[in-house]
Design a binder for this molecule. Structure first.
Ligand code: E4P
Length: 222
């Protein structure tokens, strides 16, 4: 199971990477442009920060097959390993995914709104599929559709992994983890919600107060 961060906010990545086991970082053009920094700097900072074992996912911006492939080749050479190209599943994107895989690139098929498109992108060789869970919820039960997609892959013995994306709350993440999804990518706000239950600090304060009252100190040993 891979827990991935869906952000280009380096400070949030560093903070959560200290606290949690972070398998990698996903970005997209909206995420990178929201930093207000130029894309080469943002991508360069992520390449410099992540350990070789952590995965980095960078999305193409051009929309023609040739344009996608040109950017995919540039993205692929940014790191010696664990570098993934995100390609949206437009018709041009599906063609580019096939070609990129033939060239040996690692590919994540993204902007997925339906299990059908996702499954066909998997047959094109995509390593990962990123269904947009919350956006899919605008059209029905996005969580259930991702579970259906996992069943389709399992039933047909297709090894492509799902990295569920576009989360807006912790409940969506929890339901998919419980259903056995192999990877999730979550924005920092959702990750902090998952580890930010106020009851934890209340419990710790109670323990400290009890200890202080009984022993006059806040350490285990005098
Ligand atoms: C991640 O790979 C996706 O690009 C991202 O989760 C999309 O999220 P959004 O729906 O918040 O744009």
């Amino acid at each position: 199971m891979e827990f991935i961060l869906d952000t280009a906010d380096l400070e949030a990545i560093k903070d959560l990477d200290r606290l949690l086991t972070v398998a990698g970082v996903t970005t997209n053009p909206s995420i990178i442009s929201s930093t207000g920094m130029d894309p080469e700097t943002v991508i360069g900072n992520l390449v410099d920060y992540l350990s070789p074992e952590q995965k980095l996912f960078v999305q193409t911006v051009q929309t023609s097959v040739d344009g996608i492939l040109e950017e995919a080749r540039w993205i692929s050479q940014l790191r010696p390993k664990n570098m993934y190209v995100k390609i949206p599943v437009t018709h041009e994107g599906l063609e580019a995914i096939k070609q990129a895989r033939n060239e040996g690139m690692h590919v994540l098929a993204t902007a997925i709104y339906s299990p059908d498109t996702a499954f066909l992108a998997a047959l094109n060789g995509a390593d990962y599929l990123a269904p947009y869970v919350n956006r899919m919820c605008n059209y029905g039960d996005g969580v259930q559709q991702v579970i259906d997609l996992q069943r389709m892959l399992d039933a047909q013995h297709v090894p492509t992994k799902i990295v569920a994306a576009s989360f807006k709350n912790a409940d969506q993440v929890r339901r998919l983890i419980a259903a056995g999804i192999q990877a999730v990518t979550v924005p920092p706000a959702v990750a902090y919600t998952m580890i930010g239950h106020p009851g934890v600090q209340i419990a710790v304060d109670e323990f400290t107060a009890a200890w202080q009252k009984a022993y006059g100190r806040t350490t285990l040993r005098a």
